[in-house]
Ligand binder design. Structure first.
Ligand code: RIB
Ligand code: CA
Length: 314
């Protein structure tokens, strides 16, 4: 029995790496992708999901688009240039997709895939949680049917968009609050673990001999590295989404701790903070926080998988 993966995503450069990883490993089968507004507008994140799948030769994977606007508030601007470029993939040279979405109702698409899957389903959300909040509102029956729910988002002890908030949660805090309260029990792969892994530029040197895959991913990762270098002063990136995908594909690759997690939706300074309580004095657990991963193991598995995928693309 395999493991079925559903990916909710806002591609997005690190999303593209995470999707490639999921498609590259034989351990899991990607049974669907849904898109959400986040790194760029929905029209771009959807265009990117479609053209990435076409590039990977995987148009068998269905795509459904979801929500562009946040769950309960107008879209906020981060105030700095889009990290992933206006189009979400740093203006990469990829043709327009020739495929279309199978639905524009991401929650209904996800619910149907969950209901009919013969294999345990892991739902992996690597963008804002807007679609997932609507999923639990509109299709609560599927909550107990989801075998595992892994998110890239939040942080127990730090932030990126603000000192205490991570982008996916900050972009749609009410959606995240709804999801943490829903009973889905997310594994929160947040900045606590993703900031502990630095993917230095030299780890991508193999892309120069990886044909068309190397051209495309060399371009988008070069742009992502430029951003990180300007922001953090090192030629490296944090592969946030691929790290979350690694925990989804290889459960236990990270150390996890039970927690009660809630989301600040009002604070002037703390909006979007994932308030993470591991004291468990009330004995209530609504998720797990990911703390550590062996970065060398992650990089070895990631680069091995991606180079295998690259070999299939002319
Ligand atoms: O904070 C990192 C997250 O925000 C990642 O999912 C990245 O793709 C952006 O969406
Ligand atoms: Ca993302």
């Amino acid at each position: 029995m395999g493991r079925a993966i559903l990916i909710d995503t806002d591609p997005g450069i690190d999303d593209a790496v995470a999707i490639a990883l999921a498609l590259a490993v034989p351990d899991v089968e990607v049974i669907g992708i849904t898109t959400v507004g986040g790194n760029s507008g929905l029209q771009y994140t959807t265009r990117n999901a479609l053209r990435l799948l076409e590039f990977f030769g995987r148009t068998d994977v269905p795509v459904a688009s979801g929500y562009d606007e946040p769950y309960a508030r107008p879209k906020m601007e981060t105030g700095y240039e889009p990290v992933h470029g206006h189009d979400g993939l740093a203006g990469v040279n990829l043709p327009e997709p020739t495929t279309k979405v199978v639905s524009t109702d991401a929650p209904a698409f996800l619910a149907e895939k969950i209901r009919i899957s013969p294999d345990p389903v892991t739902l992996v959300a690597i963008g804002p949680l807007t679609n997932i909040a609507h999923l639990v509102d509109q299709h609560p029956d599927v909550i107990p049917m989801i075998d595992r729910f892994v998110i890239m988002g939040g942080a127990a002890r730090t932030g990126n968009v603000t000192p205490v908030a991570e982008f996916n949660i900050w972009h749609d805090p009410e959606a995240a609050k709804r999801v943490f309260a829903s009973g889905l029990k997310p594994v929160m792969v947040g900045l606590d673990v993703t900031h502990s892994v630095k993917t230095y530029e030299n780890l991508w040197e193999w892309l120069s001999g990886a044909g068309r895959f190397g051209e495309v991913f060399g371009h988008i990762l070069g742009s992502y590295t430029d951003f990180y270098s300007s922001f953090y002063g090192e030629r490296m990136t944090h592969q946030h989404d691929a790290l979350a995908m690694a925990e989804a594909i290889w459960p236990g690759i990270m150390t996890l701790e039970d927690a009660f997690i809630d989301v600040e939706c009002q604070g002037e300074l703390t909006l979007g903070m994932t308030v993470t309580d591991t004291r468990l004095r009330q004995g209530v657990v609504n998720g797990q926080v990911a703390w550590t991963i062996d970065g060398d193991v992650f990089h070895e598995r990631l680069m091995s998988a991606l180079s295998n995928l690259a070999a299939t693309i002319n």
